[in-house]
Design a protein around this ligand. Structure first.
Ligand code: NI
Length: 255
């Protein structure tokens, strides 16, 4: 059994077959998935999915794309929503200087605020970072007072940066990009990260791994991520899964 630590099953691309797909997870050897919030609506949807299905847990938070929609009020709303039983993380939050959908100073402000919220609530964070390697790291380092826990999702940085995050107590999550032909750096990271610091994910419906690249991504495709990382590390998929499942449950405190 595998865990997919990062899914967006509330996405409209699953509207036609969401229930069928979720009900088939177990038969496809997926033990559980974490549905990630990206704005207030999807955070609410994450909670609803977690209530409806035993094998779905919820993360809530506002993605840098939507940072300009955030206010003190939405922060309070997140605080309230976090009281729901199966809310296990704040995310995804971070910086995205590739799309710049929100002004950078606004992205930084609400990234910092949500890191503080996570510490206040004693929840781990799920970090999105694109074309903002140094500033993402600096903000996390500044916020790290020994109580901040979390994961860098779909990590795309170098081995050196991954190791710096591990020193800060963070986990590294690898997604479908590790299966892409030109993913040399991601493969180096997948090999170098200590096994007790590694998570796997699909980020579905995005970033579909080979051999399905170009199609809609699904939680069951996490097995292609697992197979590739196991191959790179020269271990069995079972051994990899044992670690990544344990790491995911420890980080998110899932029983
Ligand atoms: Ni995501």
């Amino acid at each position: 059994m595998l865990i997919d630590s990062h899914v967006h099953l509330d996405d409209e691309r699953f509207d036609g077959d969401r229930d069928i797909l979720i009900n088939s997870l177990k038969d496809n050897k997926i033990e559980l998935v974490i549905n990630i919030g990206a704005d207030m609506n999807s955070s609410m949807s994450s909670i609803e999915l977690s209530k409806r299905y035993d094998n779905i847990y919820a993360a809530i938070g506002v993605h840098p794309h939507s940072a300009s929609e955030m206010t003190e009020k939405t922060l309070d709303e997140l605080r309230e929503m976090s009281k729901e039983d199966k809310v296990i993380a704040i995310g995804e939050i971070g910086l995205d200087y590739y799309y710049d959908n929100s002004p950078r100073d606004i992205q930084r402000k609400w990234f910092r605020e949500q890191l503080e919220l996570a510490k206040e609530l004693d929840l781990p964070v799920i970090i999105h970072s694109r074309d903002a390697t140094k500033e993402t790291y600096d903000i996390i380092k500044e916020a790290q007072d020994g109580t901040l826990r979390g994961v860098l999702h779909c990590f795309s940085g170098s081995v050196e940066v991954a190791m710096e995050y591990i020193k800060l107590g963070f986990y590294i999550s690898i997604g479908g990009t590790v299966t892409f032909k030109n993913a040399r750096v991601v493969r180096e990271v997948a090999e170098a990260v200590p096994l007790d610091k590694l998570l796997i994910e699909t980020d579905c419906p995005y970033l579909t791994p080979e051999p399905y690249r170009g199609k809609r991504n699904e939680p069951m495709f996490v097995k292609y991520v697992a197979e590739k990382i196991a191959e790179i590390r020269g271990i069995s998929v079972e051994e990899l899964a044992k670690s990544t499942n344990k790491n995911t449950k420890e980080l998110f405190r899932i029983k």
